[in-house]
Design a binder for this molecule. Structure first.
Ligand SMILES: Cc1cc2nc3c(=O)[nH]c(=O)nc-3n(C[C@H](O)[C@H](O)[C@H](O)COP(=O)(O)OP(=O)(O)OC[C@H]3O[C@@H](n4cnc5c(N)ncnc54)[C@H](O)[C@@H]3O)c2cc1C
Length: 442
């Protein structure tokens, strides 16, 4: 069986390894448009503050390993430009020489991820305007940061905040420009206030409800222009969103943003073509529909499932519940399930619980408070979502709640969970059990 995989990172190579392990007769050809395989994009922000000494440390397996140890035909600088799904052929181009290639396949996996997007702002090709997405982009950014005093980050989602923190750690001045009225638009407004306080405490200037119109400068960026004013800066990082890399895949069923719609086996709407990761849809168990939440953890899982099915081992991707976490200076910001906005779309009445709890027993210093927001469906008592912000212990509570959500547990069921307890770890009633204890139905 000839398997062609487009994209040599998280989803693509998770699949490749499963095919290698489960079907020793499979011929695996990987087409990757860059020259870097299998690296942790999630670690890129931490190269900026030196927590990760070099981008090489982010590479899990290099291309030579895939070729030598696993016998895969792992190509570099091969960009796929079109697929003929009728005759099962992939068209690719060598990005350096321009030479064109055709490869036939029995099974094809599209694992091309997503690319950062920037609106059609004026002068967006000035030097000093960056994305944080790939290792080569990071190398240019690190060079530019060397002579820089002031950085503007556009967008205050996960990547924007991580980058703002790590640039601040280098002693540079940082400004965040955000279109909405809070940092992290999908966070509950009460919790987002804590994030803003943390930004201000750490010397970050934050501008809200600003709409960018363009950039000013001769060759290099000198200022960012918005509808409200012009703001001097030496360097800009754009973190305003991403778009799935699926333009070359025509005739497929796609979500509105271009992500390829896949079923639980990672099959697309075209026979023998699979998709996984940031270029694919993600079935949301709470919403009970296809969604798009591009994360590394999901890309690895979907890649694994795609690889197993391609190799003839039937497996299903069970879906996501929308779990994520972020460190921002001293804060941990975690969420799982529905955002307030998504809950507003439900026909059912949603109960919202806001409360504060301690990470450890109240008599075991240092005690760090965390703010929690839980969403529960009023009639069925079904858990819908949780967000938490605090200095410690957020990850554990989010993960327990995510597990409960995954298993469709009710608000009152949380009370029965046999969670680990000792004073250095929590109170006798863990923070996530305090809400059902106080407000749950008897
Ligand atoms: C700065 C940053 C921080 C992040 N932090 C986190 C985090 O903390 N937690 C988390 O869960 N996720 C995080 N993510 C998201 C995570 O990195 C992605 O979800 C994950 O990399 C997606 O894997 P993928 O294989 O689907 O796509 P990618 O990793 O983007 O890989 C796709 C590959 O396909 C190649 N390609 C694209 N088009 C073509 C083509 N036409 N022909 C050939 N090759 C092509 C690309 O060069 C690329 O190598 C972060 C992302 C970034 C950028």
């Amino acid at each position: 069986m000839k398997v062609v995989i487009i994209g040599g990172d998280a989803a693509g190579m998770s699949a490749a390894m499963e095919i290698y392990r489960n079907d020793k007769t499979a011929e695996i050809l990987v087409l990757e448009r860059s020259d870097i395989y299998s690296y942790g994009q999630c670690g890129l922000p931490y190269v900026i503050n030196g927590k990760v000494a070099h981008t090489d440390e982010l590479i899990a397996r290099d291309v030579e390993t895939y070729r030598g140890k696993y016998g895969m035909d792992a190509r570099i600088f091969h960009e796929v430009t079109a697929i003929n799904t009728q005759i099962q052929i992939v068209h690719a181009t060598d990005v350096n020489s321009g030479e064109a290639f055709e490869f036939s396949y029995d099974r094809l996996l599209i694992a091309t991820g997503a690319s950062p997007t920037m609106q059609d702002w004026e002068n967006r090709d000035l030097q000093g305007i960056h994305y944080v997405k790939t290792i080569p982009e990071m190398a240019v950014l690190m060079q530019d940061l060397a002579g820089t005093e002031h950085v503007t980050v556009i967008g205050a989602g996960f990547i924007g905040l991580e980058v703002a923190e790590t640039i601040r750690a280098r002693g540079l001045k940082v400004r965040i420009i955000q279109r909405s009225a809070q940092l992290m638009s999908n966070l509950d407004p009460e919790l987002a206030k804590m994030v803003l306080e943390e930004a201000v405490k750490n010397g970050i200037e934050v501008l809200f409800e600003e709409e960018i119109t363009g950039f000013e400068g001769q060759q290099n960026i000198q200022s960012v222009r918005t509808k409200k004013g012009s703001y001097a800066t030496d360097l800009v990082i754009v973190a305003t969103g991403i778009k799935p890399n699926t333009q070359f895949a025509t005739g497929f069923a796609k979500l509105a943003n271009g992500a390829l719609i896949v079923n639980e086996k990672m099959e697309t709407s075209i026979p023998n073509v699979y998709a996984a990761g940031d270029c694919a849809s993600h079935y949301h168990r709470v919403k009970q529909k296809d969604d798009y939440l591009p994360l590394g953890t999901t890309a690895n899982k979907q890649g694994r499932i795609a690889g197993l099915n391609i190799a003839g081992v039937e497996q299903s991707f069970k879906g996501i519940v929308g779990t994520s976490i972020l460190k921002f200076f001293h804060l941990q910001i975690g969420m799982t399930g529905l955002t307030n906005e998504a809950a507003d779309d439900l026909n059912d009445v949603v109960e919202v619980y806001h409360y504060e709890a301690n990470d450890v027993a109240s008599y075991y210093p240092p005690v760090k408070p965390m703010k929690i927001r839980m969403l529960v469906e009023q009639q069925s008592r079904q858990l819908l979502g949780m967000q938490a912000v605090g200095e410690s212990g957020v990850d554990k509570r989010i993960d327990v709640f995510a597990t409960a959500l995954f298993n469709a547990m009710s608000f009152e069921d949380l009370l029965d969970l046999d969670l680990a307890y000792a004073p250095p770890f929590n109170g006798v009633w863990d923070p996530i059990q305090q809400a059902p204890k106080r407000y749950g139905k008897k």
